[in-house]
Design a protein around this ligand. Structure first.
Ligand SMILES: [Ca+2]
Ligand SMILES: [Ca+2]
Length: 274
C-alpha cells in the first residue's frame, strides 16, 4: 500500500510539474498571494510534553479526583495581526477517573478521550504570546456511566488560557520555530446522580511542545511528503467550501476551499527524498 501510495504521489508530482510549466504565470500569482495570507496566521502543532505532568481534575464540591493525561495532540491557529486564536485540532488521552456517587462509593470512568467539538475562538496577543479561547469539548468514557445519566460524548463548554514560549529564533510564528505551549481549560457543569443533581467543576492542565513548519507539513514532522498529501487529498473540495474544520490545515491559500490552488503551494514545498 505504501509503495503504491508513493508511486501515485510521484506521478502526481510529475503531473503537477507539467501543469506548472504550462501555467507558470498563474502559479507565481497564486504563490505570492498565499505567502501574504500565511504571513498573518501561524499554526503551532503541539504534542504532549512528557517532561512535565499534565492532568485532568474534577471537583465535586471538595471531593477531588484527578487523572493523568497520557497524550495530547493539538493544533492552534494564532493570528497576531487580527489578535485572534482558535483550536483547529485537539485529541487527548486521560487515565480513568473515580467519580463519587455516594459516601465512599465511586464509579470508574475507564479510559477517557477528549476532543474539541467546536472552537468558538478568542484572542491572541502577539507581544506576550498569550491566548484565550472558548471551546466546546467532547469527552468519551470507556466505562459505563449510565448510572449518572452520562453518555459519550459528554459535552463540556470551557474557557482556555494558554501561552507560548519560543525556544529560540526564529520566533513569532516563522517556519522552523519550536517551543512550549502551557494551557489550562476549565468550566463547571452538573450530572444527574441517583440522589439528584451533582454539581462539579473541571480543570485540565496541559503542557505541550510545539513546532511550526512550512505550508503543507500537515502532520508537523518537518517534511512535506505523501503522508501530508493523503490529508490534502482527503480534504479536496474543489469549488465548494470544505465542511470538516480539520481541513483548514490543508487550505494553504486560505480561501475556505481545498483545490488546485492549494495543491500548487503544496507541491512547491514537497520535500525531496523520504
Ligand atoms: Ca509532514
Ligand atoms: Ca484553498
Amino acid at each position: 500500500m505504501r509503495i503504491h501510495g508513493m508511486m501515485c504521489f510521484r506521478q502526481t508530482i510529475l503531473r503537477c510539474t507539467f501543469s506548472l510549466a504550462v501555467i507558470g504565470a498563474m502559479c507565481v500569482t497564486l504563490t505570492s498571494a498565499s505567502n501574504e495570507a500565511r504571513g498573518d496566521a501561524f499554526f503551532p502543532i503541539a504534542r504532549e510534553n512528557v517532561a512535565l505532568k499534565s492532568d485532568f481534575t474534577l471537583d465535586f464540591g471538595g471531593v477531588v479526583t484527578t487523572g493523568n493525561i497520557t497524550s495530547t495532540d493539538m493544533v492552534l491557529k494564532l493570528n497576531p495581526e487580527q489578535n485572534s486564536a482558535r483550536v483547529i485540532q485537539y485529541f487527548q488521552k486521560v487515565e480513568p477517573l473515580q467519580i463519587p456517587i455516594g459516601p465512599g462509593i465511586f464509579l470508574d470512568t475507564g479510559d477517557i478521550t477528549v476532543t474539541v467539538m467546536h472552537s468558538i475562538g478568542g484572542t491572541f496577543d502577539g507581544d506576550t504570546n498569550a491566548y484565550g479561547t472558548e471551546d466546546i469539548y467532547a469527552v468519551y468514557f470507556e466505562g459505563d456511566l449510565s448510572a449518572l445519566g452520562i453518555e459519550s460524548p459528554f459535552v463540556l463548554p470551557s474557557s482556555s488560557d494558554g501561552s507560548l514560549t519560543f525556544d529560540a529564533k526564529p520566533a513569532g510564528g516563522a517556519a522552523g520555530s519550536t517551543g512550549q505551549i502551557d494551557l489550562e481549560w476549565n468550566g463547571s457543569s452538573k450530572l444527574e446522580g441517583p440522589a439528584g443533581p451533582i454539581e462539579f467543576s473541571y480543570v485540565c492542565r496541559v503542557h505541550t511542545v510545539f513546532s511550526i513548519t512550512t505550508a503543507g507539513d500537515i502532520d508537523g514532522d518537518f517534511d512535506v511528503d505523501e503522508d501530508d498529501f493523503e490529508f490534502m487529498q482527503a480534504c479536496y473540495s474543489g469549488n465548494l467550501s470544505y465542511s470538516d474544520p480539520h481541513c483548514e490545515l490543508a487550505d494553504l491559500v486560505r480561501d475556505k476551499k481545498i483545490n488546485f490552488a492549494d495543491m500548487v503551494v503544496f507541491f512547491e514545498n514537497v520535500t525531496s527524498g523520504e
